[in-house]
Design a protein around this ligand. Structure first.
Ligand SMILES: [Zn+2]
Length: 473
């Protein structure tokens, strides 16, 4: 088949004197026609050449029906016939959709149709071929047998006499099922499908990834994968994805959406929101703790609002040149003896770079001498794995500038070493996301700046922070 030359002929089964099956308030010929007219309108709208065997409640003999099919576009294997039917059965358990296809065709399109019908909540049975008992080289049904070389399918959307949910679904969802067949057709032909606005479907475009699509529709990658039965992140251009209902407004919903950043772990995220790894895993249906950058994690709001736990980190202060226990105690509204006890100090002598724990609850207000002073250079305490190059990069400066500012003669660093980051080159601001337990004072201290400076830079009118708030330092 040449997919660019494809043409469609739609057939509404039965009609006129032949009602087909009936029951549970459904007359087959009428529902067949409703489905067929819907598909006809959609294909016209989407610019696919389409014709139809009947548009009214007309009686068609098998010969007349086949003639209309063959005369629509000619005897051409690029023509696809979709004949629409509703099933009935003496079998008490019959429920779901089937597709019959010709012996000359493959099951590719039939299976795509079943897959799309399943996305609309219809049970699916199978795609099958049926042979004529008297001549097994021929198709059993005349719509396949007598339409060679046309690509011929019969879709049975469900059982109108099913004891299951088919009768209700057929009445309520027949348009969704008709649209499902259109989607399958477009997927099969690999041509761009335009969903009915608001229908909850999206066609993958060049450059899309599951992440970008998830972001666009305010859902998570995991939700997308679940809705489309995807087992990995591979998608192809032209693929049609079902878009699940968007997550709630992050400002009012039951959860926040957190986007995983480089260096994150579930443990870190759980800690910063005052929840647990277990809670996050179960809320997000994760079966392992591996995260990917850009992955969205839902943070249950009920957990975020819990009181900060006792296990919260201490404030750690890194001793600067010129510091004394007294000046530090003063800065944090605590006392020298409290600092001594809290850190098990045996002497009052401090070393630059030494880290002191500040007793919790002692950070009330910044002392006056910290207010409105110019922002000093940023200092940075070297961590394991750091290099001058990494630090320079992080602060948008150069290795040379840091070496000069610190009188370094080599680029070897030691963990705990305190570096001055030259302020002239720190033009690019630091972006800080407020964590559970943060205060302006704590943040100001961490970045060696002042509460007022942060407030001014971020146009804050109060000292209240909310978790997740972004501050520029
Ligand atoms: Zn029928």
């Amino acid at each position: 088949m040449n997919k660019e030359d494809v043409k469609i002929i739609l057939d509404a089964g039965h009609g006129g004197d032949d009602p087909g099956a009936s029951g549970n308030g459904i007359i087959e010929k009428d529902l067949n026609l409703a489905i067929t007219l819907y598909m006809y309108d959609r294909l016209m709208e989407l610019g696919i050449p389409v014709k139809i065997t009947r548009t009214t409640d007309e009686t068609l003999s098998p010969t007349e029906r086949v003639n209309r099919v063959m005369n629509a576009w000619g005897s051409d294997p690029n023509v696809i016939l979709i004949s629409n039917h509703i099933n009935a059965s003496a079998n008490q358990n019959a429920d779901g959709a089937e597709v019959i296809y010709a012996l000359r065709n493959t099951d590719e399109l039939p299976n795509l149709i079943l897959q799309e019908l399943q996305k609309e909540g219809q049970n699916i049975r199978y795609a099958y071929q049926r042979r004529l008992p008297s001549d097994p080289s021929k198709d059993y049904y005349f719509m396949q047998r007598n339409t060679n070389p046309i690509h011929s399918l019969t879709v049975e959307y469900g059982f109108l006499d099913s004891p299951g949910d088919d009768p209700t679904q057929l009445k309520n969802n027949y348009k969704l099922y008709a649209e499902a067949v259109i989607r399958a057709l477009f997927e099969y032909l690999n041509i761009p499908y335009e969903s009915v606005p608001g229908s909850g479907y999206y066609t993958v475009q060049s450059g899309d990834s599951l992440w970008s699509i998830a972001k666009k529709f305010n859902v998570t990658v995991d939700m997308l994968k679940a809705a489309n039965n995807l087992t990995n992140n591979a998608i192809t251009v032209g693929q049609v994805l079902k878009i699940p209902s968007p997550v709630e407004d992050p400002d009012t919903g039951d959860f926040l959406v957190y986007v995983v950043k480089s260096g994150d772990s579930l443990y870190k995220i759980a800690q910063s929101y005052g929840t647990t790894v277990q809670a996050l895993m179960s809320y997000n249906n994760l079966n392992n703790t591996t995260l990917q950058v850009g992955q969205q994690i839902l943070i249950p709001r009920k957990d975020i609002n819990q009181e900060p736990s006792d296990t919260e980190e201490d404030i750690i202060y890194t001793v600067q040149s010129g510091d004394s226990l007294w000046s530090i105690a003063n800065r944090y509204n605590t006392t020298v003896s409290e600092l001594r006890n809290y850190n098990n100090l045996t002497s009052d002598v401090l070393q630059v770079g030494q880290q002191l724990k500040i007793p919790r609850g002692s950070t009330v207000t910044p002392p006056n001498d910290q207010v409105d002073t110019p922002i000093p250079s940023i200092t940075y305490t070297v961590q394991s794995g750091d290099s001058l190059y990494k630090i320079a990069n992080r602060y948008n400066t150069t290795v040379d500038a840091i070496m000069r500012a610190n009188n370094l003669t080599s680029n070897l660093l030691q963990v705990g070493q305190v570096l001055v980051i030259p302020s002239s080159t720190t033009s690019s601001e630091i972006r800080y996301v407020v964590q559970n337990g943060d205060s302006l004072w704590k943040i100001a201290n961490r970045y060696n700046t002042t509460v007022n400076a942060i407030k001014a830079k971020n146009n804050l009118t109060s000292d209240n922070l909310t978790i997740g708030q972004v501050l520029y330092i």
